[in-house]
Design a binder for this molecule. Sequence first.
Ligand SMILES: [Zn+2]
Length: 597
Amino acid sequence: MKPYLPLCAMVLLSACTDSSDVINNSAQVAKSAVSTIDTIKTHEPAFDEARFRQGIQTLSSDTFEGRAPTTKGEKLTLDYLTQAFSEMGLKGANNGSFLQAVPMVSYTASEDQQVNFGGITLKYRKDMVLSSRHDNQHITIEKAPLVFVGYGINAPEYQWNDYQGLDMKGKIAVILVNDPGFAKPERQLFNGKAMTYYGRWNYKFEEASRQGALGAVIIHDTKPASYPWSVVENSWTGAQQDLVQDKAVQDARVQVEGWLTLDTAKALFTKAGVNLDNLMAQAAEQATNQALSLTADIHFNNQASYSDSYNFVATLPGATADTNTKSASASSQKSQADEHILFTAHWDHIGIDETKTGDNIYNGALDNATGTAGIMEIARQFANQAKAGNGLKRSLTFIATTGEEQGLLGSRFYAANPLYPIDKTVAVFNLDSGNIYGKTSDYTIVGKGQSELETYLIDAAASQGRQATAESNPASGGFFRSDHFSFAKYGVPAVFAGGGSEPLDTVTAEYKTMMQAKMKGCYHNVCDHYHQDWDLSGALQDMSVYYMAAEALGNSQDWPGYYSGSEFNQLRPAKNGQNGANKVAAKPSSAHTVSSK
Ligand SMILES: [Zn+2]
């Protein structure tokens, strides 16, 4: 993920030991997973840890060059997946092909950016990063007024408009990261500590564009952002990929977007004669904006290049009517093979940074070779079950998405251009950055309280003796930060879950402490390498939960929906309306939720 979803790694941390009991108690698990459904036979997933490990190691090897879209690393990755899924006997979902072309444009801003804000010359990478999503060779902005717009939020349902009374034409918005609920949780603004979509950088650039601004820069702040400046620098320099947009959409986008360090912003505001700390405090209490009586000059070169990247989409067809009528009741005789349950995991990562010396390959072992190898292993188990005559009624479709790190590009494209109709898409199970910290006694559901789909996870996890909980850090906006969100926007119940915060035992706790120290600072960094001493039992345990949940759902006629408290409720409502008590997901307005990007 991009600083977007970055947190998948941190949110899903969990803990561990050996994987044997996951597998041993899964039959029992499956039974309880199904408690709400009629008659479903269940089977233990016999995951092969060595093969799972091998998959992670291969995908994250230097040979795969960090798996950036449209590079040699992509070709190697797609070939690897094609071979693996062909051997399992799955079908290409795109008229027999496993590949779905995703038209992308890549923008590269020159490193020699000449940027002067209010008389202060800013250094690229050190003080700021800027980019442009326009096909213009030269970005030239002179004397553009800088306007502080608080959190940059226009949210009628919260009676909050930071742009109140402003005409942003020709101006550059300077914006705080996250939302007021994070700064002042005691005031219960927005969704309290849990980040809303209004706190995401993509929303802020979209809103500044809707306001007609010329540019938009976000002030980085480690705590509310939930990641350090290095993540911004690594993710926002070099080629920036995007989906090819309609011209009207592209024309409406701000000319320049980017980030400032907090120190740079402080110096800037001081120069303007205002105190940033005071303004930040005010912006967290009420909608706030203030012209800074400073202007900006910005010059850099910008290159756009167009090429296709690919989603990898493989299907294990559900049983046909013929094969499942033998013992079935009349009501279930109709084939459900046109109904699809999706597993998603992004195959892409950041690639190589040629400007770096030394190790410059972003191997993305945790993020997201673990998830990609994970869906391979889950698919293999279901394929084996189907060969043994235990296929599911519904079809299973496995999507390794592209461009997740650049803004959920592949999943957004698939959801807008599905190979199977969205209204025949039952659910999405997303894997992103598996648990390398060993087994846990709890089970984390990101954005818990969203949809009925989670009841399947809760039951399956309970059968492992694990209690499902919301993520410990909803402030990082995890529900908006990985591919499941692209499907939620279309009303398809989608979950992102796994790991936990409670290591299973003291040995696991010690291992977790050790491994967390080893992996520290490696999120979206070149040190996200595969480690031979990773304990993968927690990841396997989580894969079993998904497996059992999908097996129960795959043999049922249930269509889970979103609870009434969810922003996606209207798109596919839950049968029983109310949600559980632990609602923590953010609440973008539906208008924003459904907008692209
Ligand atoms: Zn990721």
